[in-house]
Ligand binder design. Structure first.
Ligand SMILES: Cc1ncc(C[n+]2csc(CCOP(=O)(O)OP(=O)(O)O)c2C)c(N)n1
Ligand SMILES: [Mg+2]
Length: 657
């Protein structure tokens, strides 16, 4: 059989070429959120019904713009980058977020003229950091990789912080890059030399799971297949494939045989051995005060339900964190304390009172235990469920402290919870009585907005609840000033966690990426972010405006990199120096920045600045209406400075050894 690209299709949709393959991974049914599909869909994936991005059939896809004109001339010629682009189509990569560059002009051409800028569709970004942050935000919702392409060493340098954020967030992401011709005789003078590095992957190797610089078209295809597998295998993370410019631009006699995609599917997550499950169940059932710490878990609704059943079967109290996405309903009677970026005092009390702790991949279990037990011996039995150690390396300390663990289930929480639940139920068929729900603090009452002199961050929660009513929202991000009691999460998509690596500037890009994944889901994507975060990453908004991605960004604008004012205050106190100077080198004033105008300048709706508490509900309602009509919108809310006391204490805490 002749695998040359069919006449007349080389510059359009190469359907005939793809018909030769064993199909795209995607089904034709349309993209499903992980929460709709359930993990059980693995069997259907194997049967050829892998969850599809299927955006070809969706009305909710980004604006169908940037359609290439079909090339008239039929050609039998094929190019290295056509074969590479073909694998991206087969992998069902829906989008590539990119900032262009000559190093990958061959691949760029193939995406436009061979694949017709569909599956994947390009998302032009104004900065490589937002390209990667968008891919990261998309993965937060879908738990699958989309691609980002960055230009040689310089684009990669711009992208680094966002890659680190995705790495720390254990988010799958397929990063493509390029290098000037590796063969020096093929380099253009000057520019190709400065944009060629001997080992480009070294720039990011410490915070990617794998990288490769393939030396042939066949090797490049294999690299993409492998990259996809590695990115999607827990602990998930970014992977990098660096494509030599010459390889992309090489003329090939015929297209290589398309890979049989069903032979390159990610493996099923391993199950912990039955004996370990039994031992864990024994520890938990024996405990008088078991506590479950819910960390990195999936967006799957069935897994969410099983977590609730496990807590109920044990009568275990549950703590969650704002570092990771929603993992347990915060208004459940067993949910013991509002979540925070740091374990707040109420959460510490719960953990310290436990005689058995089940950690479902809690980020920094060692730190949380040490804080909770105040440096005293950790008397509780600790059961850890995590595969995170497979990703730890010696460069970054994102592995956190080493927790004392009595029993380690080397498995993903979603894989471990069902057998653990069964084992617990067989040991204790009758669940303990449910505690009555104690009094719970919520956001300030609506009336506060009528009498307050200035907007404080908690009032954003009040106004948002009033403006949203019963509508479903996904809170993509929350600012450092947030307190966990301000909003409940009742669904895996109600909250999507933080940036992962603490890299300020990720907020706008993460919000746009998550919003892209949530299009058409009926869920309103909302990010509440600091002004510093907005100002560093705001050009991601142009991408949202250009491709018609609706998202609401509420800026909690305290006109300062305020987190660091708290640090300066602490240092001043320790050194008996004037606290009054803490704002110097921190405050973003004189001139104050018109954040709404920055949004409007990029084609978004910009509302504000809103400083009057009585106007806040109306401003957010106006923003929600704009987003419902399909637009990205920024509401600039002038907030008084200040953090939730628990958050401030966590940030300024001095570590007791
Ligand atoms: C890339 C990067 N630069 C600097 C910091 C240090 N930093 C941590 S929080 C913060 C302030 C962020 O300001 P903003 O988003 O306005 O939040 P605020 O603290 O004012 O609530 C800074 C500068 C960081 N974490 N990442
Ligand atoms: Mg600020």
């Amino acid at each position: 059989m002749d695998y040359a690209a069919p006449d007349g299709f080389i510059n359009r949709q190469p359907e005939e070429y793809f018909a030769l393959s064993s199909g795209w991974l995607g089904s034709e049914k349309g993209f499903q959120l992980p929460s709709d599909r359930g993990r059980a869909s693995w069997a259907t994936q194997k049967a050829g019904g892998l969850v599809s991005t299927g955006f070809e059939e969706r009305s909710d896809r980004p604006k169908p713009m940037e359609r290439p004109v079909p090339t008239e001339a039929a050609s039998n010629a094929a190019w290295g980058s056509d074969a590479i682009a073909a694998v991206l189509r087969q992998l069902d990569i829906p989008y590539v977020a990119l900032n262009p560059g000559a190093s990958y002009r061959g691949l760029h051409d193939s995406l436009v003229n061979f694949l017709g800028n569909e599956r994947p569709q390009m998302l032009l970004c104004l900065h490589e950091e937002s390209a990667v942050a968008i891919a990261h935000g998309w993965a937060k919702v879908t738990e699958r990789p989309m691609a980002a392409i960055v230009h040689s060493n310089v684009g990669l340098m711009h992208a680094t912080m966002a890659i680190f954020n995705a790495w720390c967030d254990r988010a799958p992401l397929l990063l493509l890059g390029a290098t000037g011709p590796v063969d020096a005789t093929k380099r253009r003078p000057w520019i190709d030399w400065i944009h060629t590095a001997r080992d480009q992957g070294a720039l990011i190797r410490h915070y990617t799971k794998w990288d490769d610089q393939p030396a042939s078209v066949g090797a490049a295809q294999e690299a993409l297949l492998r990259a996809n597998l590695i990115a999607q295998t827990a602990p998930r993370g970014p992977v990098y494939v660096n494509l030599d410019a010459s390889l992309q631009e090489e003329s090939i006699a015929e297209m290589p045989r398309p890979p049989e995609m069903e032979r390159y599917l990610p493996a099923e997550p391993p199950l912990p051995a039955g004996s370990v499950i039994d031992a864990a169940a024994e520890i938990l059932v024996q405990a008088k005060r078991p506590v479950i710490m819910v960390g990195r878990v999936s967006r799957d609704t069935a897994a969410w339900q099983r977590r609730i059943e496990l807590a109920e079967a044990l009568g275990a109290r549950v703590v969650t964190t704002l570092l990771t996405a929603a993992g347990f309903p915060t208004d459940h009677p067993l949910h013991a304390a509002p979540p925070g970026m740091f374990l707040p005092p109420a959460g510490m009390e719960v953990v310290a009172s436990a005689d058995a702790i089940l950690s479902l991949d809690w980020v920094d279990l060692a730190g949380a235990l040490r804080s909770a037990f105040g440096g005293k011996p950790i008397s509780a039995k600790v059961v850890q469920v995590s595969v995170d150690q497979y990703i730890h390396n010696g460069w970054s300390m994102d592995h956190q402290g080493l927790p004392p663990v009595d029993l380690h289930l080397l498995a993903e929480p979603d894989a471990a919870v069902p057998p653990l639940l069964a084992a617990v139920r067989s040991l204790r068929p009758t669940p303990p009585p449910m505690p009555s729900r104690g009094s719970r603090q919520g956001p300030p009452p609506l009336a506060t907005l009528e009498s307050a002199e200035a907007i404080e961050v908690p009032m954003i929660a009040t106004a948002l609840a009033a403006a949203l009513g019963e509508a479903d929202a996904a809170i993509v991000r929350l600012p450092l000033s947030w307190a966990g009691h301000l909003r409940d999460f009742r669904h895996p998509l109600d909250y999507l966690g933080c940036d992962g690596g603490g890299g300020v500037g990720a907020g706008p890009g993460n919000a746009v990426g998550a919003a892209l994944a949530l299009r058409g889901s009926g869920r309103l994507p909302i990010a509440i972010i600091g002004d510093g975060d907005f100002l560093m990453g705001n050009t991601a908004l142009w991408t949202a405006a250009h491709y018609g991605i609706p998202v609401l960004i509420v800026v909690a604008n305290n006109r300062s990199f305020f987190n660091d004012e708290l640090h300066q205050e602490r240092v001043a106190r320790v050194r008996s120096r004037p606290v009054a100077n803490r704002w110097i080198g921190q405050a973003i004033r004189e001139p104050e920045i018109d954040i709404a105008a920055m949004a409007r300048a990029q084609g978004c709706v910009g509302i504000g600045p809103v400083g009057d508490p009585t106007r806040l509900v109306a401003a957010l309602a106006e923003g929600i209406t704009a987003v419902r009509s399909g637009k990205p919108c920024v509401v600039d809310v002038l907030v008084a400075m200040g953090y939730d006391p628990a958050a401030a204490a966590g940030m300024q805490r001095t570590v007791k050894s």
